[in-house]
Ligand binder design. Structure first.
Ligand code: SF4
Length: 326
């Protein structure tokens, strides 16, 4: 059995691959990209066939965050002149949800800046979510900072299918990217969301100075929190970020990372997420071999390809846009 078939077999049989396999994928000169992508596709196909879920993000509240995540242009210490606004008007959010649904979005992701929402904002969020769920048969994901049981129950009762709270990097490295909260606080919010009936979306940002050992740890940590959905973001050095170290990512490196996540989290909804246009460039379509989902529109601070262009890329590459079954 060749090395690529071995990766497929381990992933499908054991639900993961070994640490040495990850090191081989990420560092060996023997690795050939196309056989690696083909092997990742075999695992992806078992759970998701050739379907692609499009996720549309609506950045519903922007800026003025009290946290200091050093990769984020919305952090309290960022000097970036991003557009800052309180929660958007109900009509605007609903109109965007309609546009997302009509455009073929599988899931509508509403992102609110800030570490925790106050009661007034949370009541408003839940009210809008209920109306979206009544009108449009698509899934709704919310990202609104830290949760306690009360907030999580409220979101779940409003119809939120999934809660997003990213781990972002490995537990060992977390202190290098953020000082205002801990990795453990993030894990607790993820567990609170699950305990209160929501699926969890938890992703990472590649290229913030993490090592291959950090990457190995992240795969284990995402498995531990049982994230059903894993957005893999590629760090774009936006103006105002304060990371001391960040990688110069190449398309090949990004594709290898996606393959690692497919082999280690075989049945997770793996997303080619923020930064894909910037770092994967002309190889973007190849990310669909390991990933079965993709973001289009609405990135927080970095722009992105339009919906129609994203759909064209998917169908041109022979994949099928997946809709929620009504
Ligand atoms: S990532 Fe979220 S919590 Fe961190 S600074 Fe940005 S908006 Fe705030």
């Amino acid at each position: 059995m060749n090395k690529y078939d071995e990766l497929v077999q381990k992933s499908l049989t054991n639900g993961t691959i070994d640490e040495n396999d990850i090191k081989w994928i990420m560092t060996s000169k023997d690795v050939e990209l196309l056989p690696l992508l083909h092997a990742a596709y075999k695992v992806r196909y078992k759970y998701f066939e050739n379907k692609v879920r499009i996720h549309i993000i609506n950045n519903v509240k922007s800026g003025n965050c009290s946290e200091d995540c050093s990769y984020c242009a919305q952090s309290k210490e960022s000097k970036n002149e991003i557009e800052k606004y309180p929660i958007k008007a109900r009509e605007e959010i609903l109109a965007d949800a309609k546009k997302a649904f009509d455009g073929g979005s599988f899931r509508y992701c509403m992102v609110f800046s800030g570490n925790r929402q106050n009661k007034k904002d949370m009541d408003y969020i839940c009210d809008v979510v209920s109306e979206i769920k009544q009108k449009y048969p698509m899934e709704v994901c919310v990202s609104a900072g830290f949760l306690n049981d009360e907030l999580a129950t409220q979101l779940h009762n409003a119809g939120v299918n999934r809660y997003n709270h990213n781990l972002n990097t490995s537990s060992n490295y977390y202190g290098s990217i953020c000082r205002s909260h801990t990795y453990q606080m993030r894990v607790e919010t993820i567990n609170t969301a699950k305990k209160n009936g929501m699926d969890v979306c938890s992703g990472i940002i590649i290229g913030m100075g993490e090592t291959i050992d950090d990457l190995i740890n992240i795969t284990k940590e995402l498995k531990n929190v049982a994230a059903k959905s894993v957005p893999v973001n590629f760090f774009v050095p936006v103006e105002g970020h304060r990371l001391k170290e960040f990688h110069d990512l190449t398309p090949e490196y990004c594709l290898k990372v996606l393959c690692v996540f497919r082999f280690t989290l075989p049945d997770a909804e793996l997303r080619s997420a923020g930064g894909r246009e910037h770092h994967l460039r002309s190889l973007q379509a190849l990310s669909l071999y390991p990933a079965n989902s993709i973001f289009a529109l609405g990135y927080l601070t970095t722009g992105g390809d339009g919906l129609e262009q994203t759909k064209k890329m998917i169908t041109d590459a022979g994949f099928v846009v997946e809709k929620v079954e009504e």
